[in-house]
Write a protein that binds this ligand. Structure first.
Ligand code: ATP
Ligand code: MG
Ligand code: MG
Length: 533
């Protein structure tokens, strides 16, 4: 409760929007439906919603669907679900494609006003000319010719297919974003909504300012790596005589060992390096949720980052340790012992016939209720604990009581094969050095699989020119079979809990007749790597 209150105090931005009036602010989150929502998008969405709410205004969710080659309905659906999951609720959902007719008319208008021309220069030459500030041979074509050519683009004729429409801004402006950017392209791939109605599509540079203006957006939030594109955004609106929103930029977030680009994430999916967009190794909203990230921690973290203008490469640890503060008070405690580490142990003085007693699921949070703990004269311990025991040492069996170590048997390699203890319930657990986890063995033990993951990349930050394939971590999944206490049978998919002395886990799959329950380790921000290995 305490940590919650503190964190939400921090959950206020020190900043506001310029020229923002209560009740009249309109912001928008414009995802392209070309992949699943990742943590960077979550930042953009949460910030847009934050300002809309702070000024009692409106939030538009707009699918920026201007490139049919990359986009799918499937992605739009998943983005909608993930937005709902992180508590983003737009006042309306729109699509850039809703405005294709309008945008097309504006393309005609900008040609007629002499502010755009149709260029059939090949791509390589065009890139070269733009780099070197050389004018295209088509730059001064008469308006009539541009209209004729644009009609060919519209019909995707053989000639039309070689053309694009370019805004006539500048040939050699030091800001390369101003060097006659492409504003319309031919694409004959059917669009997921408009089918083959159009064969020409506006680029983001043209569509975004137009739709922002038409939809009444007052504050257009953009990541600051687009700052060079701001003059171009305003130029479009001036040329079209449309109302200008205010651009407010914020910094992009990046994380160490992580790629945040839908195109690159798609590559991992296609290569089979992950199991899908919801893979727990992925920085997608689904991936980090599966890994045990709570929405509450995610929101707190993003709002904390919100004001920074630096493009930072963030460590995952901070986010996970914030998450730990959220889950620790509410995660029930259970016990698991890895199968390969099991040491059998006989306990003298323990009930020969097992007794079942109630124990709190969380010592500091009685609201979580109690669990059943079986006490018996045959238990299992962890190899590491047993190996540390000394003869006649007094140790504590957690949630039970003290015991004296009376016998330790080892094999030739020094591995402990069995231990014998004398129960000593009068002993003071405050006086022992070792508190060990244990489980009574018998029918009460449940098979579980413990999963942990490492970063997909071996390099903190990929540089320009780095080949992804040179930096792929060879093994990123770690699997351990373990025994757990029988209470874990009551856990549900998505539940977050703690295996004492192992860490926090999120239930990824409950047990079925043919497979044990799967638990994914939740990083707690302590290790320097996401994985505990
Ligand atoms: P990607 O390269 O992953 O496809 P994008 O920016 O092209 O990212 P969009 O769907 O166009 O993806 O992005 C929607 C919104 O999310 C945009 O406003 C964009 O600026 C923002 N956004 C995307 N990535 C990040 C990030 N890493 N940090 C902050 N905001 C981001
Ligand atoms: Mg984009
Ligand atoms: Mg991108």
């Amino acid at each position: 409760q305490d940590t919650k209150a503190k964190a939400s105090d921090q959950g206020k931005l020190e900043i506001g929007l310029d020229d923002a009036h209560m009740g009249s602010v309109v912001t928008r989150f414009p995802p392209e439906p070309s992949g699943y929502l990742h943590i960077g998008h979550a930042k953009a969405a949460l910030l847009n919603q934050y300002f809309a709410q702070q000024y009692k205004g409106k939030l538009i969710i707009r699918f920026d669907d201007t490139n049919p080659s990359k986009e799918k309905v499937e992605f739009e659906e998943s983005i909608k679900e993930d937005l709902a999951l992180i508590g983003i609720k737009g006042d309306v959902v729109t699509h850039t494609s809703d405005y294709f007719d309008k945008i097309y008319d504006l393309a005609l208008q900008i040609i007629k006003s002499g502010d755009a021309y149709v260029d059939d220069t090949d791509q390589a030459t065009m890139r070269d000319q733009r780099m070197n500030g050389i004018a295209s041979k088509n730059r001064d074509l008469p308006i009539e010719e541009n209209l004729r050519r644009f009609e060919e683009m519209k019909n995707a004729t053989e000639f039309g297919m070689t053309c694009c429409l370019r805004a006539k801004i500048s040939v050699d402006n030091p800001n390369k974003a101003m060097r006659d950017p492409v504003i319309y392209r031919v694409n004959v791939t059917p669009h997921h909504y408009t089918g083959d109605k159009y064969k020409v599509y506006p680029t983001y540079d043209f569509a975004c300012p137009i739709v922002d203006s038409i939809e009444g957006v007052t504050h257009a939030l953009r990541t600051n790596e687009y700052r060079d594109r701001n003059p171009q955004y305003y130029w479009m609106l001036d040329a079209l005589k449309l109302r200008k929103p205010i651009i407010w930029d914020f910094s992009r977030i990046n994380f160490v060992y992580t790629l945040l680009s839908k195109r690159k994430l798609q590559w991992f999916v296609d290569q089979g390096l992950v199991t899908g967009w919801d893979d727990p190794r992925f920085p997608t909203v689904r991936g980090i949720r599966r890994r045990g990230m709570t929405i509450e921690a995610l929101k707190q973290y993003i709002i904390m980052q919100g004001a920074s203008q630096n493009i930072l490469t963030l460590e995952w640890d901070k986010l996970w340790s914030l998450n730990k503060k959220v889950i620790d008070p509410i995660a029930p405690r259970h016990t698991a012992i890895a199968k390969e580490d099991v040491v059998k142990c006989k306990i003298n003085g323990a009930p020969v016939k097992a007794v079942v007693e109630d124990r709190p699921k969380h010592k500091k949070n009685p609201e979580l209720g109690s669990k059943k703990t079986t006490l018996s004269d045959h238990i299992i311990l962890e190899q590491e604990d047993a190996a540390s025991f000394e003869l006649n040492e007094e140790v504590t069996l957690m949630d039970w009581g003290n015991a004296f170590v009376r016998d330790i048997k080892k094999d030739e390699s020094g591995k402990v094969t069995s231990v014998e203890l004398d129960l000593h319930l009068e002993g003071d657990f405050k006086k022992t050095k070792k508190k060990v986890t244990w489980l009574s063995y018998g029918d009460e033990l449940v098979d579980v699989i413990l999963l942990d993951f490492d970063y997909l990349l071996t390099k903190k930050k990929l540089e320009e020119g780095d080949e992804i394939t040179d930096f792929i971590t060879p093994v990123t999944e770690f699997k351990d079979a373990a025994y757990a206490d029988a209470n874990v049978k009551d856990l549900k998919h998505g539940d977050i809990m703690q295996f004492e002395r192992k860490g926090y886990y999120c239930v990824d799959a409950v047990a079925t007749d043919s497979s044990p329950a799967k638990f994914i380790h939740v990083p707690d921000g302590k290790a320097t790597s996401m994985a505990s290995k």
